[in-house]
Write a protein that binds this ligand. Structure first.
Ligand code: FAD
Length: 200
């Protein structure tokens, strides 16, 4: 069983994966994380001139590949292509099903973007709200409670959490979902900060 399954390998999902991966070798210990993605990130259509620290004119596909590579350098992070259809169970024991595979995890982060949300949770369709910060019709977000937790053990991140449709806001939302989850595991506010020599 994985600790965390992240549904969606866009900016938010990979940002969450990188944050969870960085728990390796720290007090919390490695958090085994699987990212499941069906390859349709909005970032693939972008050329970026306004993302802090990214070279102006960065190609979205290349940026996404680099984020994936960085996340996968942590041994506890893995990646699988697939389209998630359903999630069953409760905190501590979820079964996440794609078209033809089934995976288990203790926690789930939903980072599947704002185009639609059709994943059934315990057999039920999840109510969506209009994504009011996205200037296009029929885009969705999910309403969550404290620190992006949708229901116990399931977090929402990125555009699906209703943030403004920018790389940096989606990334920040993914990182916040991961820190919220780690804080639940740790039983107190938990973040991972490195400093020179801390991974030697
Ligand atoms: C044309 C264009 C230009 C842009 N230009 C800029 C810009 O210049 N600057 C800027 O800051 N932002 C820009 N953006 C916005 C930026 O790309 C988004 O804000 C960001 O990609 C959102 O990240 P996300 O992870 O929330 O969603 P996404 O990147 O959309 O990722 C969601 C991921 O979830 C996957 N997924 C969905 N459903 C499932 C499922 N059921 N199972 C498995 N996987 C699933 C999708 O395939 C996708 O990979 C642009 C967007 C577009 C479309």
């Amino acid at each position: 069983m994985k600790d965390v399954i992240i549904v969606g390998g866009g900016v938010a999902g990979l940002g969450a994966a990188l944050t969870l991966g960085s728990s390796e070798g720290k007090t919390l210990g490695a958090i085994e994380t699987l990212v499941i993605d069906n390859g349709k990130s909005d970032l693939k259509k972008a050329e970026l001139y306004n993302v802090p620290l990214l070279k102006k004119g960065s190609n979205g596909v290349e940026v996404l590949e680099q984020m994936k590579k960085d996340a996968l350098e942590f041994k506890s992070v893995s990646y699988q292509e697939g389209c998630v259809k359903s999630i069953e169970g409760k905190e501590g024991g979820f079964v996440v099903k794609t078209e033809n595979e089934s995976y288990e995890s203790k926690y789930v982060i939903l980072a599947s973007g704002a185009h639609s949300f059709d994943i059934l949770i315990n057999g039920e369709k999840v109510p969506t709200l209009e994504h009011d910060l996205l200037p296009k019709p029929q885009k969705v977000k999910l309403a969550y409670k404290n620190r992006q937790e949708l229901v116990d053990g399931v977090w929402v991140a990125g555009l699906l959490a209703g943030v403004t449709t920018m790389y940096a806001t989606a990334l920040g939302s993914g990182v916040e979902a991961a820190c919220s989850l780690m804080s639940k595991i740790g039983g107190k506010t938990t973040i991972i900060h490195d400093f020179p020599g801390s991974r030697e």
